[in-house]
Design a protein around this ligand. Structure first.
Ligand code: SF4
Length: 374
């Protein structure tokens, strides 16, 4: 596997974790509950904690949400990020409630005096601010700056599209300059577009202009299936170039699905180990067992297990027949190549014994635990 040389960045602390520098890429997600519904929100955060989500963002839409953060913080372990839009006072309230990080959108909180007040409170409480640019809410002034026109003289129908990545970068840079002007340097940057080319270009450009860590993501990705693919493509390209210190895969789905997709991306790129990697064939007319069911069952059972199995970077091959089966199974730490009803079990390249189809998942789980305890 090719070595990824990560971009050199500042290290930023978010509660009990660090991002940037040489720290592992942190996985984050966002709760989809109303934050003021404290019990529901805590339940969702706990679910995310249990599958290895390292940072959770919560929407802070009003004062009730901001106040709820205090209670939520007491009962969860992951760092909490308050997502603020439009009303700068909610950022102050969230900081008072003990949030570990603030996300601000330059498109809707941009008055210097308001930013100054937030930066002052964040500095006092030693928490970072994410400058979270989103292509859907770029400020007119930032666009005009890129176009070289005065805001009040801007053309009525200029086309935003060709320069979206420039607009996004300009928007982040302006905001960073304001924060730095107030002596605030505890910054994380995100530049999310719904178009992956804009997103990739924006991060690439920004990487040459600052050393703040990047929160990677693509916004408004569509259905869960295409969303995971879209995010997977964009994030993988950036991660392979060494960009990215924390990632969120935005999906119109349960937040747990976001974490599983993020883990898959990092695991595939060799940027993190989140338990056994399943290598399975797509099946074809040669396959005589229900391989789809086996893989789904194993995946489900594995995702319910956390430690110590999850810490073991095992490769587990599950193959439908003898064409590629033994070869792949031999390459893996554990493998099964199926025949008519039975599968041949391999461990570290050696065939061990035959196992019946219906016991395959349990046997594999058992064998995995043996590998962990070796
Ligand atoms: Fe088909 Fe066998 Fe290849 Fe699976 S391993 S896709 S069953 S030929």
């Amino acid at each position: 596997m090719a070595k990824i040389i990560r971009r050199k960045t500042k290290t930023i602390r978010i509660g009990n974790i660090f991002i940037g520098g040489n720290n592992p890429i942190a996985i984050q997600s966002m709760a989809k509950t109303k934050t003021s519904d404290i019990e529901k929100t805590i339940r969702q955060i706990k679910e995310l904690e249990n599958i290895g989500c390292e940072i959770v963002r919560l929407a802070v839409k009003d004062s009730h949400d901001a106040k709820a953060l205090r209670m939520i913080k007491r009962r969860v372990n992951v760092p909490i990020v308050a997502d603020i839009h439009f009303d700068w006072r909610l950022a102050i309230e969230a900081i008072d409630s003990g949030t570990d990080k603030i996300r601000l959108n330059p498109g809707n909180i941009y008055k210097k005096d308001q930013i100054r007040k937030i930066a002052k409170a964040a500095k006092l409480n030693r928490i970072p601010i994410r400058v979270g640019v989103n292509s859907g809410s770029l400020k007119i002034g930032d666009r005009c700056k890129v176009l070289g026109v005065r805001e009040n003289l801007r053309p009525k129908t200029y086309n935003l599209k060709p320069n979206t990545s420039d607009f996004m970068v300009q928007s982040a840079l302006n905001y960073i300059k304001i924060l730095e002007g107030f002596g605030f340097y505890d910054i994380v940057v995100s530049l999310k577009g719904s178009d992956i080319f804009d997103t990739i270009e924006a991060y690439r450009k920004m990487a040459k202009l600052c050393d703040y860590p990047f929160h990677l993501g693509v916004t408004a990705t569509g259905s869960p299936y295409s969303g995971a693919i879209k995010s997977g493509i964009a994030l993988s390209i950036l991660l392979l170039e060494g960009l990215g210190d924390t990632i969120r895969v935005s999906l119109t789905d349960k937040p747990k699905a976001e974490v599983r997709a993020a883990k898959s991306i990092l695991k595939t790129l060799g940027l993190g180990s989140f338990g056994p990697e399943i290598i399975s064939c797509p099946t074809c007319g040669r396959c005589e067992v229900d391989l789809v069911k086996i893989v789904k069952d194993l995946d489900k059972k594995l995702s319910a297990i956390r430690y110590p199995l999850s810490a073991m970077p095992l490769k587990v091959a599950i193959m439908g027949c003898v064409v590629n089966g033994p070869g792949e199974a031999k390459e893996a730490d554990l493998g099964v190549a199926f025949g008519k009803r039975d599968g041949l079990l391999f461990r570290k390249g050696k065939s061990i014994r035959k196992i019946p189809y219906y016991r395959c998942v349990d046997v594999l789980l058992d064998e995995m635990s043996k590998c962990v305890s070796l």
